[in-house]
Design a protein around this ligand. Structure first.
Ligand SMILES: *[C@@H]1O[C@H](CO)[C@@H](O)[C@H](O)[C@H]1NC(C)=O
Ligand SMILES: *[C@@H]1O[C@H](CO)[C@@H](O)[C@H](O)[C@H]1NC(C)=O
Ligand SMILES: *[C@@H]1O[C@H](CO)[C@@H](O)[C@H](O)[C@H]1NC(C)=O
Length: 201
């Protein structure tokens, strides 16, 4: 019985489940998100490395892809450097913190990839999930705020070659905690200013 309890005490999934939300303790306003991973069994450590939006998906170790249209009267693109990926919401739904009319919705595609809608379009593939996101404050030291979805786990899946901590990973949030070649991770959020981008591309 003891081994059993010890196993679960160490499993990232159990860790996520043990986070007790404190009502009202999660700050409102825009936030950035980062991968937080302190593994026991491998050396792929991350301490809040930014999750960046690019091409409709989310990544670690990849630049943010943002866009601001030229020549629109009254639109000052210097206000939108697009140097960070900033989110808004987190209580059930999440969006990208952008100024483009219509906004950009964050959703989970049928393959479990964290995704966002393109500007000026609400299109999502059939079977996409938009609701069920939450942010909750952990009681752990520093009271970090975790982002998640009930019954789902975050995974980072390597894309291409490189050193384990330097290559690019794509973010997935899956029911179940395994996917070939992917690593379980936690995702923390950090209060930020925003918007930083007119739209993400
Ligand atoms: C996220 O994107 C920004 C802007 O392109 C870049 O400076 C930063 O290094 C990226 N972060 C990661 C972890 O790749
Ligand atoms: C989340 O939204 C629900 C419904 O609007 C509300 O009742 C609840 O208090 C909100 N929770 C937080 C932590 O803001
Ligand atoms: C979307 O999925 C539902 C349920 O699987 C199905 O009934 C519907 O026809 C699908 N719609 C499209 C446009 O594929």
């Amino acid at each position: 019985m003891r081994t059993f309890a010890t196993f679960f005490a160490c499993a990232p999934v159990a860790l996520a489940a043990a986070i007790v939300p404190r009502a009202g303790s999660v700050p409102d306003g825009p936030w950035t998100a980062g991968v937080w991973r302190q593994p026991i069994d491998d050396d792929v450590f991350f301490t809040g490395n930014a999750i960046n939006a690019s091409g409709g998906k989310f990544w670690v170790n990849k630049d943010t892809s943002a866009y601001c249209p030229d020549g629109i009267e009254g639109l000052d693109c210097t206000l939108y450097p697009g140097s960070r990926t900033v989110f808004a919401g987190g209580n059930n739904t999440v969006s990208l913190d952008v100024s483009v009319p219509g906004g950009q919705q964050v959703y989970v595609a049928p393959d479990g990839s964290l995704s966002y809608t393109t500007a000026h379009s609400a299109f999502m593939p059939n079977g996409s999930i938009v609701t069920g996101f939450s942010r909750s404050r952990s009681e752990a030291f520093g009271a970090p705020i975790y982002w998640g979805m009930d019954g789902r786990s975050w995974l980072i899946c390597p894309v291409g070659e490189g050193e384990p901590r330097e290559k690019t990973y794509q973010l997935f949030i899956l029911a179940g905690n395994q996917k070939e070649d992917c690593l379980l991770t936690g995702v923390r959020t950090y209060t930020s200013s925003g918007p930083d981008a007119w739209q993400y591309a």
